[in-house]
Write a protein that binds this ligand. Structure first.
Ligand code: C2E
Ligand code: MG
Ligand code: MG
Length: 764
């Protein structure tokens, strides 16, 4: 610009001189020449002022431009150097000074700058600018550290003077250290990823885990390659419908539940949503069979919170399931009936009991007992007994038309757990259907007409702190049946009161034993032929402090269920032996003392050991002790019973079969049991005088027993008529009110003395 302004001044001066010369040559009038000269001079001055302004304007423009560039470069978040080609002018920004530790003043010194930048740093930059190339080099920071940078240079200003054109350049640089680190990390990560992917794929293949994923709102499930192989599916994405169709009909509900978990995700709390869930189901697989799979999955809420992603690992657990079911079968399935056993019934029952508190659902618990089941065992043998149990199990299963489950919970006891549908008649109807079916089974397959089964039942909500207690209620109701005629007893207030009473009795009984409130009464046993005393039965009584006498029927069964019976039996055994020995020592004629034992004594204690101890301690000769066992007790486990009985017999102690006839036991058993005496039950004796059939049965039993060299005794004789019939039928001994009621020991001692006197007078 300066160049132009000078040119303008020169041109203006020439113009003025030329005009003056022309004036002279052309003889223009003087005053006109002066006017023209003035005009020309004014023009020249104007031109000079214009030229001057132009020069200043150019300078100002360049300064402002540099200022603007400088402001911009200071504000950018990258290293920047503003420089001219010969480095006469250098300005750096704070980002650069901060990065390399020098001040901008340091760097305005070309020496320092040369230390910082490599020798040829910006030398080819002009060319780079032309080629639009980026330069990558290391910058040396204060202290010597090398910083890897990349620079891009642009010409931001061009100015020229007489000598040359000057370019002002702006180089923008980026610190590559971070991105190099990132790049290195990325390479390392990619390598690791590749390795882990290989590991993942390998482990997926080895562990045979498939993946099933579905993103929120997507129509299809993603099925991993492994899962596709497992299920025999070709496509990577399958629809709901295709997947659902592969589910086992019984497990389709699980698939639907997964779907609804995705859509109801927002209704669940975060913890539930985010935790890992696990479910098991069967799916049609590549081998065209239903196999078991375990699905461990997570539900993650999607952005809308209304839909969720679902995904997880699927594992084929068919083999485990097979093992489990075998173990389950061994642990929970009853061998004889192939239905659940007591353990399983208790397990499922407890689970349902716990759930029922959180829902409005209620359940019925039914317990069934085949009345006098041992008749089948006795008359048809064990194999047929098992067949009958098996048939009964089927009848129980068939009765579960409204759902629920059944189990064999003990010998001939079965139980059912049924959902309450609001119909109070439901349990009775089910029990009746089983009773009817059972009748048909017995008639068709066992040619037996008289078989029945009784039942006790209760509602889960009727009380009980756990399922065991609820089952107790049903079993307690059943125990109230007399077990002979298709009884159906519901657990109600009366039953409840009885349970409460039993609990109270149990508590009192503990202190009664400690306070010696239990005493023995004795009832005479008479020789039917000559009327002499041949023995006495020790019968327990509970004499309360106020003098009330509690009969054994009120507390023996309670004692049996609480195992207090073993203490009671020990007392009875010891006291009976002691008293008998004492009477013998008094010189009274020696007679046998009989004691009663229960199934608990017989199966859960070493009876032989207890008897030996009692005999040893009291000094009673074994021949004067007789142990009474009921037939139902003996039949609970016949082999064990025979062994125990034989051990007792080997001691020289006598054995009686009590209450014979009440349990339909066949006489064939008498042959295998080592008993010495058969006690005909009172129920046969009661109607002896008026009932012809009773008489015939009694005569037949006595006759058969005689052939087996087993003595017979009739209990419950109350009249002379009964005594006469029995004597006639060949019965050996008698017991009953007719001869003497059970008496306390003092009274019985008198009775013995009286009998001894009687015998002496007969002999005399
Ligand atoms: P059980 O062993 O059959 O005893 C006979 C029961 O019949 C006794 O009742 C006796 O009093 C009763 N009785 C005897 N003759 C007659 C009669 O002519 N008419 C009538 N109506 N009844 C007669 P008790 O003493 O009440 O005993 C009942 C049952 O309690 C016994 O039946 C026995 O099973 C059990 N029991 C009694 N004492 C003991 C004991 O010390 N230990 C055990 N485990 N059970 C016992
Ligand atoms: Mg008895
Ligand atoms: Mg009896």
């Amino acid at each position: 610009m300066r160049k132009y302004s000078k040119l303008i001044v020169i041109v203006a001066s020439y113009a003025a001189l030329t005009l003056t010369a022309l004036n002279i040559a052309l003889r223009i009038p003087e005053h006109m020449g002066v006017i023209m000269g003035c005009f020309t001079a004014a023009a020249a001055v104007s031109l000079a002022i214009l030229a001057f302004c132009l020069v200043n304007f150019e300078r100002e423009r360049a300064r402002k431009e540099k200022e603007n560039i400088s402001r911009i470069m200071q504000s950018i978040n990258a290293m920047a150097i503003l420089w001219d080609a010969d480095f006469r002018y250098v300005e750096v920004n704070s980002c650069l000074t901060n990065s390399i530790g020098y001040t901008s003043q340091d760097l305005s010194d070309i020496k320092t700058l040369k230390k910082v930048l490599p020798a040829d740093a910006f030398a080819p930059s002009l060319q780079a600018v032309v080629n639009n190339r980026d330069e990558e080099f290391y910058v040396t920071a204060k202290g010597g550290a090398k910083v890897c940078t990349i620079w891009n240079t642009s010409i931001v200003s061009v100015s020229s003077d007489r000598k040359r054109t000057r370019y002002l350049m702006l180089s923008i640089g980026l610190d590559l250290s971070e991105s190099i680190r990132m790049k290195e990390d990325l390479i390392k990560y990619s390598k690791e990823l590749a390795e882990s992917e290989t590991r993942y794929t390998l482990s997926m293949e080895l562990s045979e885990i498939g993946l099933l994923l579905k993103a929120a709102g997507r129509a299809n499930y993603y099925v991993s390659e492994q899962l596709r192989n497992m299920l025999g599916i070709n496509s990577e994405y399958v629809s709901d419908g295709v997947l659902r169709a592969r589910f086992h009909p019984a497990d389709v509900m699980i698939f639907d539940a997964l779907g609804s978990a995705m859509t109801n995700c927002s209704a669940q709390d975060d913890e539930t949503v985010r935790s890992v869930h696990c479910t098991e189901f069967r799916m049609l697989s590549a081998d065209n069979t239903y196999r078991w799979y375990q699905f461990r999955y997570k539900i993650n809420p999607g952005q809308t919170k209304l839909l969720a992603d679902i995904g997880g690992a699927i594992l084929d657990i068919t083999k485990n399931k097979e093992k489990d079911s075998l173990i389950e079968k061994m642990a929970y399935i009853d061998d004889v009936t192939q239905i659940y056993n007591r353990n399983k019934f208790m397990q499922i029952g407890q689970e349902i009991f716990e759930c029922s508190h959180d829902t409005d659902l209620n359940y019925w618990i039914i317990v069934l007992d085949i009345d006098n089941f041992h008749i089948i065992n006795d008359t048809c043998g064990y194999t047929n007994g098992n067949k009958l149990l098996n048939e009964f199990g089927k009848a129980v299963q068939d009765a579960l038309t409204t759902g629920g489950f059944g189990a064999r919970i003990g010998g001939d006891n079965f139980a059912l757990l049924i959902r309450d549908n609001g119909d109070e008649e439901l349990p009775v109807n089910i029990i009746r259907s089983i009773q009817d079916k059972f009748k048909i089974i017995c008639a068709d397959k066992f040619s037996s007409q008289g078989m029945t089964c009784s039942a006790g039942y209760c509602k889960m909500s009727d009380g009980g702190e756990d399922f065991a207690k609820v089952l107790d209620h049903a079993e307690f109701s059943l125990s109230m049946s007399d077990g002979t005629k298709n009884d159906i007893i519901r657990y109600d207030n009366a039953v409840h009161d009885k349970i409460v009473r039993s609990a109270a009795i149990e508590n009192e009984l503990v202190s009664a034993i400690e306070n010696h409130e239990l005493v023995l009464y004795y009832q005479p046993k008479i020789h039917l032929g000559n009327g002499t005393l041949i023995g006495m039965e020790a019968l327990i009584r509970w004499v309360k402090p106020d003098g009330t006498v509690v009969p054994p029927a009120d507390f023996i069964s309670v004692a049996e269920s609480s195992l207090l019976i073993t203490k009671i039996s020990e007392f009875v055994l010891h006291e009976a032996c002691r008293q008998n020995k004492a009477w013998q020592d008094m010189g009274l004629p020696p007679v046998t003392v009989s004691i009663n034992l229960t199934a608990v004594d017989f199966y859960q204690t070493d009876v032989k050991e207890s008897i030996m101890k009692a005999l040893d301690a009291t000094g009673l000769d074994p021949q004067w002790l007789d142990v009474e066992l009921t037939e139902s007790l003996a039949l609970k486990d016949i082999d064990h019973a025979i062994q125990q009985m034989q051990e007792i017999r080997d001691l020289g102690v006598k054995l009686s079969m009590d209450d014979f006839g009440t349990g339909y036991s066949s006489l064939s058993y008498i042959q295998v049991l080592p008993i010495t005496l058969l006690k005909l039950d009172r129920s046969f004796i009661m109607y002896l005088e008026e009932d012809e059939i009773s008489r015939e049965i009694v005569s037949a039993v006595i006759r058969i027993a005689k052939t087996k060299k087993i003595e017979t005794i009739a209990e419950g004789i109350e009249t002379i008529g009964q005594a006469d019939i029995l004597k006639e039928a060949g019965c050996d001994h008698a017991q009953g009110y007719f001869y003497g009621k059970p008496m306390p020991k003092d009274k019985f001692e008198e009775f013995m003395k009286m009998k001894a006197r009687e015998a002496a007078s007969v002999n005399a």
